[in-house]
Design a protein around this ligand. Structure first.
Ligand code: RP5
Length: 166
């Protein structure tokens, strides 16, 4: 049975300033036909909102959370500590001071038992694809969309290879 009417992926971010990066997750989930919601939840500025969001997410039917944040990026890890849902973390390069390593390390270096699936710096597109792949294990339509998406990637490589070989 397809679950396509139910919102399955929650995209959250620490600030509206993260949106230009996080938009890539929005766009690829649209492409892959995965129903999602998007909002701002700050671990530091709205801790109670973060707690409520994470605590209610599974009850509301979400299956995966994508959380993006920059700097001392505690949002993905704290959300993962509250919910049993899989959390995909997107380190956002929010300042030039240490090249985004602050975001990467604070999302990546989780303690044993509380994983966050951390994608590369600013790689919200990959976070969206990974979320769709997780949903696709249980939803035939989304699985089909993922397979088509990957076939398209492969076809582009073959096309460019043929151009280069001419
Ligand atoms: C983090 O601080 C946000 O995720 C953002 O990446 C960074 C800067 O936030 P703003 O000061 O632009 O709101 O919490």
């Amino acid at each position: 049975m397809s679950t396509l009417n139910q919102v399955l992926v929650g995209i959250i971010m620490g600030s509206k300033s993260d949106l230009p990066v996080m938009q890539d997750a929005v766009d690829v989930l649209k492409t892959l036909g995965v129903p999602f919601e998007v909002t701002i939840v700050s671990a530091h500025r709205t801790p109670q909102r973060m707690f409520d969001y994470a605590q209610d997410a599974a009850k509301r039917g979400l299956k995966v959370i994508i959380a993006g944040a920059g700097g001392a990026a505690h949002l993905p890890g704290m959300v993962a500590s509250i919910t049993h849902l899989p959390v995909i973390g997107v380190p956002v390069k929010s300042s030039n001071s240490i090249d985004g390593w602050d975001s990467v390390l604070s999302i990546l270096q989780m303690p044993n038992g509380i994983p966050v699936a951390t994608v590369a710096l600013n790689a919200a597109k990959n976070a969206g694809i990974l979320a769709a792949q997780i949903i696709g294990t249980q939803d035939k339509e989304i699985e089909k969309n993922i397979i088509a998406f990957k076939a398209e990637l492969a076809a582009k490589v073959i096309e460019t290879a043929e151009e280069v070989e001419k």
